[in-house]
Design a protein around this ligand. Structure first.
Ligand code: SAM
Length: 229
């Protein structure tokens, strides 16, 4: 049984993809998708030996050794050209780490640029959307959900023929999440607003010149208020 978060990621993976799940931990996602007959080939990549062994056990236990290859590798180095990967999932990590994994894969051509990316950053969505924008990806789908008092965002992106230039605001809030303005989205940004207001109050009491920092936070507060209004 997948968590609500991973189940939603799984729904967003295109049917019959050849999937690379990077940072797969127990390989729960590829195992579930193959068992659902949504996929029949996946690579589960892990850089740490404990989770790598756990992934191997999970694949073996489910009798999926012919469909899921588990590899001990850093990021997209888990992908071989002959795998013919068409979709990549990178979930449950910070957005900056996901961005760095994509950047390394882009530079060593493990990432071809024609894959569908399904990304689930725990934090740091903005730097991830910055990377996607710079590298010509279009955000095809976004979702935001809450599980165990945590809010998660999911971003689905592919490179299409026409490039979209996302604004700073769209890269911060998510272009599609911004349009949908779901209850969870509003809850997240209300929390972000409160956090910034607390920081602002602390900065007002802090010693030294805080002008630059105060201006930055005030700008962010105004931006969030505008979106929530
Ligand atoms: N993807 C699963 C999920 O969403 O539930 C597991 C998330 S777990 C918090 C993050 C996993 O990513 C860990 O098992 C960690 O070892 C792995 N990881 C971190 N950096 C990695 C990298 N550069 N390459 C491959 N795996 C990595």
């Amino acid at each position: 049984q997948l968590s609500k978060r991973l189940a939603r990621v799984g729904e967003l993976v295109p049917e019959q993809s050849r999937l690379a799940d990077i940072g797969s931990d127990h390989a729960y996602l590829p195992v579930a998708l193959v068992l659902q007959n949504k996929l029949d080939f996946a690579v589960a990549g892990e850089v740490v030996s404990g989770p790598f062994e756990a992934a191997k056990k999970q694949v073996q236990k489910n009798g999926l050794n012919d469909q899921i290859i588990v590899r001990l590798a850093d990021g997209l180095d888990a992908v071989e050209q002959t795998d013919g990967i068409t979709a990549v999932t990178i979930c449950g990590m910070g957005g900056v780490l996901i961005r760095d994994i994509l950047e390394a894969g882009w530079n060593n051509q493990r990432l071809q640029g024609n894959e569908c990316l399904v990304l689930q950053p725990n934090i740091g969505e903005k730097p991830l959307r910055d990377w996607l924008t710079v590298h010509g990806f279009t955000i095809l789908e976004e979702d935001i959900l809450e599980e165990n008092n945590k809010i998660y965002e999911i971003i689905v992106a592919s490179r299409l023929e026409t490039r979209v230039a996302y604004s700073e605001k769209e890269r911060l809030f998510g272009p599609l999440l911004l349009q949908k303005q779901s209850t969870v989205f509003r809850k997240k940004w209300l929390g972000e607003l409160n956090q910034r207001e607390t920081i602002l109050a602390q900065l007002a009491k802090a010693s030294g010149d805080q002008t630059v920092r105060i201006h930055q936070i005030e700008k962010e507060i105004a931006e969030i208020k505008e979106v929530l209004s």
